[in-house]
Write a protein that binds this ligand. Structure first.
Ligand SMILES: NC(=O)c1ccc[n+]([C@@H]2O[C@H](COP(=O)([O-])OP(=O)(O)OC[C@H]3O[C@@H](n4cnc5c(N)ncnc54)[C@H](O)[C@@H]3O)[C@@H](O)[C@H]2O)c1
Length: 262
């Protein structure tokens, strides 16, 4: 259970952020949804309320320090403090570039991915830390990685590099905020999200694409956002009170071997 904990979820308008917001509410936590997608953010709030929870939306471009500071102020004003910071927002260079290979990626795109995926996590952590250190409800930070941060694939130089760096930032945060605030991260493999469905639908061989994405999963399918949300809520809860500086894979076993299923 999350026992009234106040959880900030960055990227809370997106697929995993929304599923996590709903799961937080089911487990008795309260949610501040932070995003730049206002309509979808408000929709997350409505879904949390439908699930019987309490939530608010705050527009926050995570690349802007003033907006990050304003997010912390708004959360404290609305809920009285901050107990959990879920650094979930993330982007991929293919969101912004037609030429995402290592050698052809535009510098602005590299900088943008670094700013959103890595620098913003340091910025939110720094801004939330004084509040987390005051929390009496088992404060913690949960950071989104990806299996792409633990292994590499083509056309993902900025994404894979930033996700790898977030694992190290997680450890440094755990060290610097110990013993009061725990900090952990998790690495999902390919999940069945609306974005992925769109990508698959546009492919020449949709079934082949899904087979290749799920082929490394020992659990023979794509993952779901709900499966990730449950792990995030566990890491944010007092059930994980002795878990700190750790990385959890939620990847259907894909990093356990080097194979691909037929
Ligand atoms: N979906 C997957 O298969 C998968 C796999 C591994 C890791 N992840 C990671 O999980 C996290 C969430 O993924 P998702 O699939 O829910 O993505 P998503 O695109 O559905 O959600 C990301 C959210 O981040 C928000 N965002 C982007 N830039 C922002 C900014 N500057 N300020 C504030 N918000 C911003 C977007 O508006 C969006 O709502 C990401 O960090 C991603 O790298 C996802």
């Amino acid at each position: 259970m999350l026992n009234d904990k106040v959880c900030i979820i960055t990227g809370g308008a997106g697929a995993i952020g929304r599923a996590t917001a709903i799961e937080v509410a089911r487990r008795g936590g309260r949610v501040m949804v932070a995003d730049i997608a206002d309509d979808a953010g408000e929709e997350t709030v409505a879904l949390v309320e439908q699930a019987g929870g309490e939530a608010a939306y705050q527009r926050c471009d995570l690349t802007d320090q003033a907006q990050v500071d304003a997010l912390m102020d708004a959360t404290v004003k609305r809920f009285g403090g901050i107990d959990v910071l879920h650094n979930n927002a993330g982007v991929h260079e293919t969101d912004f570039s037609e030429t995402p290979s290592l050698l052809e990626l535009e510098r602005e795109v590299w900088d943008k991915v670094v700013s959103i995926n890595l620098t913003s996590i340091w910025a939110t952590t720094r801004a939330a830390a004084p509040h987390l250190l005051r929390s009496e409800r088992g404060p913690s930070i949960v950071n989104a990685l990806s299996t792409g941060g633990l292994t590499a694939y083509p056309n993902g130089a900025a994404y894979c590099s930033t996700k790898g760096a977030v694992q190290q930032l997680t450890r440094v945060t755990a060290v610097e905020l110990a013993p009061k605030v725990r900090c952990n991260c998790y690495a999902p493999a390919a999940l069945d999200t609306p974005m992925l469905q769109k990508f698959v639908a546009a492919a020449e061989d949709p079934e082949g694409i899904v087979r290749s994405m799920a082929g490394t999963h020992l659990v023979p399918r794509l993952g779901t956002v709900e499966e990730v949300a449950k792990l995030v809520c566990f890491l944010a809860s007092d059930d994980a009170s002795f878990v700190n500086g750790a990385t959890y894979n939620v990847d259907g076993g894909s990093l356990a071997w080097r194979g691909v299923r037929d």
